[in-house]
Design a protein around this ligand. Structure first.
Ligand code: SF4
Length: 92
């Protein structure tokens, strides 16, 4: 699955029950929100069968793209994972 693929690329500690990004309920996603399904480098955003956008933030690389685009408009809430959780990048 998606999360397992991310775990292969980087070590990722899931803070169970405390997702650090949440999408506000919506009927029709904005262009920017919909675009995240293609732009997020971690593939966290996906379009549902009914046309909304959902997120599984496990595997998020904390690149900040969605935060810059969608936090100011209130479409998402975004916070860094608590210390000790989230992505631990592999160097070398
Ligand atoms: Fe994807 Fe970057 Fe947003 Fe994380 S911060 S969900 S990697 S766009």
């Amino acid at each position: 699955g998606r999360v397992e693929e991310k775990l292969y690329q980087n070590r990722y500690i899931v803070d169970a029950g405390k997702p650090h990004i949440a999408i506000e309920p919506h009927t029709i996603p904005s262009r920017n929100l919909l675009a995240m399904t293609k732009v997020c480098p971690a593939g966290c955003y996906a379009e549902t069968d009914t046309g909304q956008v959902e997120i599984v933030s496990d595997g998020c690389l904390e690149c900040g793209t969605c935060r810059v685009l969608l936090e100011p408009t209130g479409e998402i809430t975004w916070s860094y994972p608590r210390g000790g959780f989230g992505v631990l990048f592999k160097f070398g």
